[in-house]
Design a protein around this ligand. Sequence first.
Ligand code: CP
Ligand code: NVA
Length: 304
Amino acid sequence: MQKDYLTGLEFSPAQTEGLLDLALLAKQQPEKFQHALSGKSIVMLFEKPSLRTRMSFEVGIQRLGGQAIYLDHKDERIGVRESIADYARNFSVWVHGIIARVFAHQTLTELAKNARVPVVNALCEKLHPCQALADYLSLKETYGNLKGLKLAYVGDGNNVSHSLLLVGAMLGVNVTVLTPQKYACKAEWLDKAQTLAAQTGATVRLIHQPNQLGQQDVLYTDTWVSMGESKSASELERVLKPYQLNETMVAETGAGHVMHCQPAHRDVEITSALFDSNICLAMRQAENRLHAQNALLLNLFNAA
Ligand code: CP
Ligand code: NVA
């Protein structure tokens, strides 16, 4: 049994597939799981704003019979008033789990090292693993089988792109990341995804020219300016303009669906009409945050 979920790599490819199956089961038969987290309290420690992650965890935990406590940490970084290790030790005497959205991945590893309870990554500067679980759950519902599906992430090489690479490679999805050279995803995560892809028969690749995309089943984008970024927003918008997810890109790749983790910036990284179109899975992705995360919690708490 895994204690934490910080990168997504804590779960093997087979266990990750199992999470999606459990998510589908719990989505279809919620009554079976309504007391699964009864008596459990989970803290949500957030250094950055959130709509979807906060809502889906809070409502999701409630539906499993547990209690979520939101601790707003926007005004001061975790570790300033007292050490991160002491945060972890204190939480461990009150709650059964810690869900954290942080500026630095290091904060998560420090929490996990010192907590006796599970720690879940609710987004950091490097990764957003819960988002990727919900995204592939949405594709599993839509396409049935994920093996061999072609997904291209287009835009800034950020936390979401890294998690799509890692989780996608585990699930047998052929993931392409298209970014300008300057804003490429990090080699560290691409390399790890390549190793996983070799095990599952998937392919992963990083490209820099939109005309290299070829045929794709799904196109995915995210904001060009992530929370806490030091990169200049105007420079990002100038360089990323040719990487906008728009009707032309959909037509050229033959993609059947587009995805966005939200919040969306209409007519910036995606055209407003495409975001509102019936090929856009954004609201299904948002809905499935709850189901994917509940499957993860059931697993971490051995409550399935
Ligand atoms: N997609 C996502 O994580 O949204 P929030 O930032 O609103 O939580
Ligand atoms: N890449 C974005 C994702 C928001 C859900 C960010 O980190 O702000």
